[in-house]
Design a protein around this ligand. Structure first.
Ligand code: MYA
Length: 434
């Protein structure tokens, strides 16, 4: 019984249970069944590593055939006209919720930021244009990343923004785009990729649930995002989510360039506690965390500087993605903050050694994170966000409930391409705390 229970738990944490319910049989994944990814139901613990070794000589130097009337292009995202084309494609056709009420509206500055991270390659910004009209009808992208899976460091790519115009859906174009980005990654000697999706594919390495913390409940209710709970009244909901005007953490201030070494070091040590995490150097942290003041702000980062020692003891960050309200009555956009990276010295508090094997609740860490996240909410509210979204990863389970986040319908599945890994539970660290 214990063995069955354990398996169930692993299934739930990794999306295999969701796969069982929502996904097609493996045989029905006509494309994914041919790819170097884990098959559903493959639950034996394996030695982790690539599914196959790639021989660069065998990798085609030319793109695969494109559907007649369309052609491959490499987008130049340093050109504002081309960024705008990608923006417009995504704005009209990118990810919607299951009821098609909201659609992501990634801004042009966001796309520049996400797609031109350190080491980015123009070749990995792939478009499809209609040959005659030159209209951009599909897109897929990758950026390089160093990903640690347990003890191994993968020089991988992160694939994102796969999008096909609504009129060209269900024509098997997605596999063609995925094969093309794979070819272009292989040509640069990149043999693995990380990608996330709301849909179930073979097979998530980890699965997280989305949580939402209302900052403007009345607006979220008006647009149909937040229902009125049974027995409640709008004014109770507004009161429930009210926040103080001032932050409380002593030494909290916006991050500056002079904090880069400290933040890079703190985040590295913090992420080392988890089985899967990116590895960022100082340049990457600078890009990800600091708003450079050229155009609309997409990323917000705050540090805590101990007033006595001047040491940076904590930081947190979030970024902005708006969503379009598909059938607007009053409001046309949701302004959502997404909790990004954070770290705190409280994770290393010697009183609660995380290296210990006992399943003891790290109270100091819980307290510290709640203090920080309450301040994050206050600052996000001041910056006119409507909601703060977070996933059940890292230490988030230590504060989601206390900070009045509510569980959403959405899940985010994490996938690895050409890397066979054992499941990684979302929301716990490798010592199984929480
Ligand atoms: S996730 C965001 C994806 N984008 C959207 O959801 C935007 C709105 N939707 C669309 O634009 C289309 O519906 C898309 C599918 C493009 C999603 N990831 O052409 P089709 C499989 C992977 O007839 P369409 C993100 O950006 C599906 O199971 N595969 O379908 C990360 C079926 O295969 P199979 C997906 O609806 C992307 C096949 O496609 C996804 O017209 C990571 C059907 O093709 C999905 N989200 O187009 C990509 N959705 O028969 C993988 C459906 O097997 C990267 N499918 O069931 C892999 C790493 C590559 C680099 C490797 C380097 C080493």
């Amino acid at each position: 019984i214990a063995a069955v229970k354990k398996l169930d738990l692993v299934d739930i944490m990794t999306g295999l249970a969701a796969a069982g319910k929502n996904a097609k049989d493996m045989g029905a994944y006509k494309f994914w069944g041919t790819q170097p990814v884990k098959k559903f139901g493959d639950t034996t613990t394996i030695e982790e590593g690539p599914f196959k070794m790639i021989d660069l000589e065998q990798v085609s130097k030319e793109p695969g055939p494109m559907v007649e009337g369309f052609e491959w292009v490499t987008m130049d995202l340093t050109n504002s006209a081309e960024i705008k084309e990608v923006y417009e494609l995504l704005n009209g056709h990118y990810v919607e919720d299951s009821e098609a009420m909201f659609r992501f509206d990634y801004s042009e500055p966001f796309l520049k930021w996400a797609l031109q991270s350190p080491g980015w390659m123009k070749d990995w910004h792939v478009g499809v244009r209609a040959t005659t009209s030159r209209k951009l009808v599909a897109f897929i992208s990758a950026v390089p990343m160093k990903l640690r899976v347990r003890k191994k460091i993968l020089h991988a790519s992160e694939v994102n923004f796969l999008c096909i115009h609504k009129k060209l859906r269900s024509k098997r174009l997605a596999p063609v785009l995925i094969k093309e980005i794979t070819r272009r990654c292989y040509l640069k000697g990149t043999w693995q990729a990380l990608y996330t999706a709301g849909v179930v594919l073979p097979t998530p390495v980890s699965t997280c649930r989305y949580y939402h913390r209302s900052l403007d409940w009345a607006k979220l209710h008006d647009i149909g995002f937040s229902p009125l709970p049974y027995g409640s009244k709008p004014q109770y909901q507004v009161a429930k989510y009210k926040l103080p005007d001032r932050t409380t953490t002593e030494g909290l201030r916006p991050m500056e360039t002079r904090d880069l070494d400290a933040v890079t070091d703190l985040l590295k040590r913090y992420l080392d506690r988890f089985d899967m995490a990116p590895q960022y150097d100082k340049d990457e942290i600078s890009h990800l965390m600091l708003h450079k003041g050229d155009g609309e702000q997409v990323t917000w980062t705050y540090v805590v500087e101990n007033p006595n020692t001047n040491k940076i003891t904590d930081f947190f960050s979030y970024y902005l993605i708006e969503s379009t309200v598909v059938n607007p009555i009053q409001h046309t956009k949701i302004r959502a903050a997404y909790l990004f990276y954070y770290a705190t010295e409280a994770a290393f508090n010697p009183q609660f050694p995380l290296s210990s094997t006992s399943v003891k609740k790290p109270e100091e860490l819980r307290k510290r994170l709640n203090l920080l996240m309450n301040d994050a909410l206050i600052l996000a509210k001041k910056a006119k966000f409507d909601v703060l979204n977070a996933l059940t990863l890292y230490d988030n389970n230590l504060f989601l409930e206390e900070q009045k986040f509510g569980g959403g319908d959405g899940q985010l599945h994490f996938y690895l391409y050409n890397y066979n890994a054992n499941p990684i539970a979302g929301g716990v660290d490798k010592n199984n705390h929480i």
